[in-house]
Design a protein around this ligand. Structure first.
Ligand code: FES
Ligand code: FES
Length: 159
C-alpha cells in the first residue's frame, strides 16, 4: 500500500491529494521526518515509525503556519488541488533557505505542478511566509528592553 493511499483511505486525511501517481505532480507531497516526499512513491511500510506531517497537521493550536498564511494572503490558489503539496514543499524550501529569491522559490517548487495559478501568486505566498518567519524570529530573539530610568523631577523655580 502506498503512503498516499494509507493517509487518505485508512487515516481519512484527505488533504493529501493524488494527481498523477507517478511522482510528477507533487499533489501528494507530505513531510516524512521533516523531508518533503511524494507520498505516491513511498510505501506505507517505509513510513513505519517515522513522523508524517500532512497539511492537516501543519497549523499549531489553530494558528496557521506562515506558509499557509501566505497562500491565504497572496491568493496562492485557485482550485486548491495542488495547494497542500505546494504548501508542504514550501515549508521544506524555507527550512533549507529562509531567505530565498523568487528564482530560488520557483526552482524549489519545480517538482509541484499547478494548472491554475500561473505560479506567480504561489511565489508571492512563499515570499510572504519568508518575511513573516524572519519577522517572528527577530521578535523572538529581540532582547527585552531595559526599563527607562525614572525621569528626574524638575526643580521648582523660585519665584
Ligand atoms: Fe504523487 Fe503526483 S500524485 S506526485
Ligand atoms: Fe488548481 Fe493549483 S490551484 S492546480
Amino acid at each position: 500500500m502506498l503512503l498516499a493511499h494509507f493517509l487518505r483511505d485508512r487515516c481519512k486525511l484527505t488533504g493529501t491529494h493524488i494527481g498523477c501517481e507517478t511522482s510528477l505532480c507533487g499533489a501528494c507531497t507530505v513531510l516524512l521526518d521533516g523531508q518533503a516526499v511524494k507520498s505516491c512513491t513511498v510505501l506505507a511500510l517505509q513510513a513505519d515509525g517515522a513522523e508524517v506531517t500532512t497539511i492537516e497537521g501543519l497549523a499549531t493550536n489553530g494558528q496557521l503556519h506562515p506558509v499557509q498564511e501566505g497562500f491565504w494572503e497572496c491568493h496562492g490558489l485557485q482550485c486548491g488541488y495542488c495547494t497542500p503539496g505546494m504548501i508542504l514543499a514550501g515549508v521544506q524550501l524555507l527550512q533549507r533557505n529562509p531567505n530565498p529569491t523568487r528564482e530560488q522559490i520557483a526552482h524549489g517548487l519545480e517538482g509541484n505542478l499547478c494548472r491554475c495559478t500561473g505560479y506567480s501568486h504561489i511565489i508571492d505566498a512563499v515570499e510572504f511566509a519568508a518575511k513573516r518567519m524572519a519577522q517572528s524570529n527577530a521578535n523572538a530573539s529581540a532582547k527585552p528592553s531595559s526599563p527607562k530610568p525614572a525621569e528626574g523631577k524638575k526643580k521648582a523655580k523660585a519665584k
